[in-house]
Design a protein around this ligand. Sequence first.
Ligand SMILES: C[S@@+](CC[C@H](N)C(=O)[O-])C[C@H]1O[C@@H](n2cnc3c(N)ncnc32)[C@H](O)[C@@H]1O
Length: 263
Amino acid sequence: MSDGSALFSDGKAYERLMGRWSQAVGTQFLDWLALPKGLRWLDVGCGNGAFTETLIAHAAPGEVSGIDPSEGQLSYARTRPGAKLAQFRVAGAQDLPFTDHSFDVAIMALVITFVPDPLKAVREMARVVRPGGTVATYMWDIPGGGLPLEPVHVAMKTVGISAPMPAGVESSRQDSMRALWEKAGLQSIETRVIRIQVAYSGFDDFWESNSVPVGPVGKAFSEMSPAVKEQVKTQLRKQLPAGPDGRIVYAAYANAVKGRVPG
Ligand SMILES: C[S@@+](CC[C@H](N)C(=O)[O-])C[C@H]1O[C@@H](n2cnc3c(N)ncnc32)[C@H](O)[C@@H]1O
C-alpha cells in the first residue's frame, strides 16, 4: 500500500504506543479550536479512535464521522465506549467519500506525514466543510525532535542506524503546514505548538510500549537483527532520563494549524 495505513494494523498496540499521547495533545488542540457544541465533525485518519474519543468528550459534537484506510485500526475504534456516537468507515484522506459542505469541521490528528499528497488531502477537507467552517490538523514536530519516540531515534542514530521517518516528514513543520493551508485556499490561518509530557513507569514500560510492531519505529525493530535490537535497547537504558523511582518523563511537542473555509 502506498500510504501509511499498512504501518497501523493493530489498534490495541497503537493505543499504548501513541493513542494516549494523541489524546493528551488532542485535548489542548480542541481547547485552541474553541468551537461551539453540536457541530458536524470529520476525523480524517481517525485510526483506532484515540482522538475521536477525546473529541466526543471535550467538544460535545452533534455528529462525528471517522475515516481511515486501516480496518485493523477501525475495528478497535468501534469498540470504544466513548466513541459510540461516531460512524467509522474505510477511506483515504485524498478521496473523501462525502459530498461538498457535509461538515462544519474537518481535522487530521497525527496523520499528515503519512498521506502521499498532503495538499490533496487538505483540499479534500476544505471541499467537504461548509463555507465558514474549520479545517485543522496537528502532527508531532518530527524534524524538531518533538516525537514521543524521539529517544528511540536518538538511540538508533547513536548505534549507527538511521532513524525511520514517515515519507512526508516535512509536512510536520509549522511553516509547511501553513503553506499547505494557504495553497488549499483556507483563510484566517493560525498555527501553534502544543507541548505534553510523556511518562512511563520504568524502562520495561517504555520498551514494551515503543517496540510493538506498529508505526515506522516498530517496523524498523521488526526488521532488525536481535543483536542490533539489543544494542539499541542498551543505548536506551543509558540515555533515558529515569528519575530516582525509575519513572521516565520527558516532553513531546506537536505543531498545529487551523484555517477557515472561505465564504
Ligand atoms: C499515527 S496514526 C493517528 C491515528 C489517530 N488519528 C490518532 O490521533 O491517534 C496515523 C493514521 O493515519 C492513517 N493513514 C495512513 N495513510 C492515510 C491516508 N492516506 N488517509 C487517511 N489516513 C491514513 C493510518 O492508518 C493511521 O491510522
